[in-house]
Write a protein that binds this ligand. Structure first.
Ligand SMILES: C[S@@+](CC[C@H](N)C(=O)[O-])C[C@H]1O[C@@H](n2cnc3c(N)ncnc32)[C@H](O)[C@@H]1O
Length: 319
């Protein structure tokens, strides 16, 4: 059996065309592609690429200035943070959450928009594998081109499971029997009708948004749409630690905010959401409440909020 697409480039001795990530004595990274006969130059001197070709990962090379560099292949989180960008990429901790909480499985049929720089597309393609499908939609042709180059460079060529359409998702989505839809865009609520038609019953919508206002508007729009179950919204924070002798403490700096995630499952056709009507917590939809986007319910009296049986006031825990 032949190897899955891209796998041969992730193991074994370094080969021509491989990406190499060098780490200098201060922990700084430099990434380049191996080419026979070329030299890698830094202000600490240079060394020939040929020294690495055929060498195992984890090799240490020395420049003409005698500085040692550790050579490894970049991991996918390293790759997406160092690749050329059009739009901001999904941060690696959130990509991990998406793969897990949106339950991306080998063979899954996944639709994604927008494609931006192609970071999430690459994670999704690795997870669905050669027998799955990732159909990415991107409204900007220039971003689609950057993403195409990034995805190709990562896999060493075209991935058999990838399709990319340039255009707005809501106007172009032509897939059916889709298992998962992942939206990373400014206005996911504009795509709900198209997404709902594409998803299989039980299929999952996952949205990644940057602000609380986008999160609220998306959640309310999903509720209003009536073809999904109650959405779950959450964020994650990752804090790295300094571990040295007796000095074991959280690092002083962290990425404090990346984005919010929310998920909802597609109900079977014609099924009313199995919700228990109850009064929302005091003030949730009071006089001061303005429906996000100006649509939808105006107050609790007009249309009481609906939550799943047994859910706590104010929503369910994130995970
Ligand atoms: C934050 S970027 C996506 C980044 C991408 N997930 C990644 O990891 O590289 C958002 C992208 O969505 C695109 N976009 C926004 N609305 C869209 C829509 N309705 N249909 C297709 N693309 C859309 C934008 O042009 C932009 O490139």
């Amino acid at each position: 059996m032949s190897e899955p697409t891209g796998a041969a480039r992730r193991r074994g001795p370094f080969q021509v065309g491989d990406q190499v990530q060098l780490t200098d004595p201060k922990g700084r990274h430099h990434t380049f592609t191996l080419e026979a006969g070329k030299n890698f130059h830094t202000h600490k001197g240079s060394f020939p690429h040929d020294e690495l070709i055929g060498a195992p990962e984890g090799t240490v090379v020395r420049t003409t200035g005698n500085t040692a560099y550790l050579a490894l292949r970049p991991l996918l989180p390293d790759y997406v943070l160092s690749m050329p960008r059009g739009a901001a990429v999904v941060y690696p901790k959130d990509a991990g959450q998406i793969l897990s909480m949106a339950d991306i499985f080998p063979g899954a049929r996944v639709v994604e928009a927008g494609v931006g720089s192609g970071a999430l597309s690459t994670y999704l393609l690795r997870a669905v594998g050669d027998l799955g499908m990732v159909h990415s939609y991107e409204r900007r042709a220039d971003f689609a081109e950057i993403a195409t180059q990034n995805v190709r460079r990562y896999f060493g060529g075209d991935h058999p499971a990838w399709r990319l359409t340039v255009g707005d998702l809501q106007d172009n989505l032509d897939d059916t029997d889709v298992d998962r839809v992942i939206l990373d865009m400014l206005a996911p609520w504009e795509c709900l009708e198209a997404v709902s038609k594409a998803l299989v019953p039980g299929g999952m919508l996952c949205c990644y948004v940057a602000t609380t206002t986008q999160m609220a508007r998306t959640v309310e729009a999903i509720r209003e749409h009536g073809t999904f179950n109650e959405p779950t919204a959450w964020e994650t924070m990752v804090r790295t630690w300094h571990v040295e002798g007796l000095a074991v403490r959280p690092d002083h700096r962290m990425i404090g905010h990346t984005g919010f995630l929310l998920t909802a499952r597609r109900l079977a056709d014609g099924v009313e959401p199995p919700l228990r009507r109850r009064r929302p917590s005091k003030g949730s939809y009071g006089e001061d409440y303005t429906p996000p986007g100006g649509a939808g319910r105006k107050s609790a009296a007009d249309s009481p909020a609906a939550v799943p049986e047994g859910a706590a006031q104010g929503g369910e825990p994130a995970s």
